[in-house]
Design a protein around this ligand. Structure first.
Ligand SMILES: [Mg+2]
Length: 253
């Protein structure tokens, strides 16, 4: 259930602001072209590339857990450099471009229905909007690209209330993520009970946010709208906020 006042809103990214779509059908061909373009032809196919990365990730997670990090997060560029030393020859910007191009071969993303409208309305109301995302650097580029297609930019978000797990070394559903958000909200004089967390996963987003005292909205397929339970699409959330008098009704499509 969403109740006023809502003074800040945090969005999860994948399957919330961004729709995750399958890998392109020609991913393997494009991978070969990408490797050729960057003189990385010694890298194997996509599947074997990922297998070696997974070994580095597993090693990282074991090490992190031994020092008490319950939900570790990796830094993807570092993982790839450790797994594939040939990539250490790329400049940081070239590595970033390479990993963004690689991510687009694993999945594609588009801004979710209703996201642009909702972000625009929140901005118009001067509601601080943040992010709470298990993410990697390419996530920011995917989001930026999705926003740009709708005439928006990353200016929709206040950087000081954006949690990107790769910057922190830990990830949702670690309760430290949500206590970090609580601490960041203090500078705005906003309490958890006045902030809304919007996400698609009960285990990663909704339950840990509620445990910390946040209001929540769980994104769901259209047809599963239940304002009383705080569940529905982003369009449903816009309508719910409009019903509460927080957003103008006329702009909700
Ligand atoms: Mg998600």
């Amino acid at each position: 259930m969403v109740t006023l006042p809502i003074q800040a809103v945090f969005f999860d990214v994948y399957n919330t602001l961004l729709k995750l779509n399958p890998a392109p059908a020609d991913a393997n061909d494009r991978w070969r072209q990408l490797k050729k373009h960057l003189n990385l032809e010694s890298l194997p196919d996509l599947a074997r590339f990922q297998e070696a990365n997974e070994i580095v990730i597993a090693r990282h997670h074991v090490r992190a857990r031994t020092i008490g990090i319950g939900y570790p997060e990796i830094y993807w560029p570092q993982v790839v450099k450790l797994a594939w030393p040939v990539t250490t020859g790329l400049s940081p910007a070239a590595l970033d471009d390479f990993l963004f191009a690689h991510a687009r071969l694993v999945h594609s993303t588009t801004l979710n229905d209703g996201a642009a409208n909702l972000l625009g309305e929140l901005r118009g109301r001067k509601i601080p909007v943040g992010i709470v995302s298990n993410a990697q650097p390419y996530t920011l580029r995917e989001l930026e690209e999705g926003l740009k297609k709708q005439g928006l930019s990353m200016d929709c978000f206040r950087p000081e209330i954006c949690f990107w797990s790769f910057e922190s070394g830990f990830s949702k559903p670690d309760p430290h993520v949500f206590s970090w958000l609580e601490g960041r909200l203090r500078r705005f004089g906003i309490q958890c009970s006045e902030a809304l967390i919007v996400g698609d996963r009960l285990d990663n987003d909704i339950l840990p946010a509620q445990s910390q005292g946040f209001q929540t909205w769980m994104t769901a397929e259209s047809g599963a709208h239940s304002p009383a339970n705080g569940t529905g699409t982003l369009l449903d959330l816009s309508k719910t906020l409009a019903t509460l008098g927080m957003l103008p009704q006329k702009n909700i499509r």
